[in-house]
Design a protein around this ligand. Structure first.
Ligand code: GLU
Length: 297
């Protein structure tokens, strides 16, 4: 590909400092951009304000800088992007893709119970479709995205390619159900914000942790409905905590030790399957870019 046309990004949620797990995604996205001679951008995903920790954004930027990972443009904060998300939502509403929903979690639970076994997806319930045909006098709370059109044969099955995981397929209506674009508390949902911003920042390549792979079909559906391009995707291996779950604050992740960024980077490189010997920061980064380039060949 034309090197100048590659735009990658790292998009952390400022819910805490970078740790060994999030550094893997940061390093992989930076390496892929550098190996392609492309640009690498930073986006602070601070839409879920109750989960954001004050100061975590500046700390993450400082941690990245200490690791030699510098963005090619000033960071974009999602909290400044409400008008763009509203514009996208209005277009989806006008096209009939999005619809207002009055259901509380309890309503959804009850509707699912009335039909038999509630279908769950982690802690999430697969939406039973109560408000798909209108509110019928009920009060709108959230806005949802349709995952099937009116005729049953028009189910949205999304097939996509991941550079590491290969061909993936998900039938959104069964696996996820109509999903939230704007929450009842007025906050924008991650799926809408990420799609609008990846397009606005001209992102051509998304490199991020494998825990996010399952969101990709929802994001592709939104891209198609909004007439936006679909980037290339690569989901990187996860670092697991002692409990076998993805490393997070809850299972023992600690903030990166900024006094020794190279050893943190060495660990991240190992997770990515790269053997990098250099022990000084610049030497490490140059060797890691070369090693990553070899994996692209
Ligand atoms: N903000 C998301 C997170 O930190 C990542 C979003 C993305 O890379 O698409 O988990």
């Amino acid at each position: 590909m034309n090197a100048a046309s590659y735009v990658g990004r790292f998009a952390p949620s400022p819910t805490g400092p970078l740790h060994a797990g999030s550094l893997v995604a940061a390093l992989a996205s930076w390496l892929d951009a550098r190996a392609h001679g492309g640009r690498w951008l930073l986006r602070i995903e601070d839409v879920d304000t109750p989960r954001c920790v004050p100061g975590a954004d500046t700390l993450i930027i400082a941690q990245l800088a200490a690791c030699g990972l510098h963005a090619d443009e000033p960071p974009l904060w999602q909290s400044t992007r409400g008008a763009a998300y509203q514009n996208a939502l209005d277009r989806l509403l006008a096209a009939g893709w999005a619809y207002p929903c009055s259901c509380t979690r309890r309503d959804i639970d009850q509707a699912l119970r009335a039909r038999g076994t509630p279908k769950t997806r982690g802690a999430e319930l697969v939406y039973p479709g109560t408000c798909r045909d209108g509110l019928h006098g009920r009060t709108a709370r959230a806005v949802r995205m349709r995952t099937s059109l009116s005729a049953p044969e028009e189910e949205c099955e999304i097939e996509w390619h991941d550079r590491r995981l290969g061909t993936q397929r998900q039938r959104l209506s069964d696996a996820v159900g109509d999903f939230v674009l704007k929450r009842a508390d007025g906050l924008w949902a991650y799926q809408l914000a990420v799609v609008v911003d990846d397009a606005a920042q001209g992102i051509t390549h998304v490199v991020r942790g494998e825990d996010l792979a399952d969101n990709t079909p929802r994001q592709i559906l939104l891209q198609r409905a909004l007439g936006l391009p679909t980037p290339s995707y690569l989901h990187t291996p996860l670092v697991l905590g002692a409990d076998g779950e993805k490393l997070s604050k809850q299972n023992g992740a600690t903030a990166l030790d900024l006094r020794d960024p190279v050893s943190a980077l060495q660990d991240a490189a190992r997770v990515l399957g790269l053997a990098v010997a250099a022990v000084d920061l610049n030497g490490f980064l140059a060797e890691a870019v070369h090693a990553w380039q070899c994996t692209l060949a």
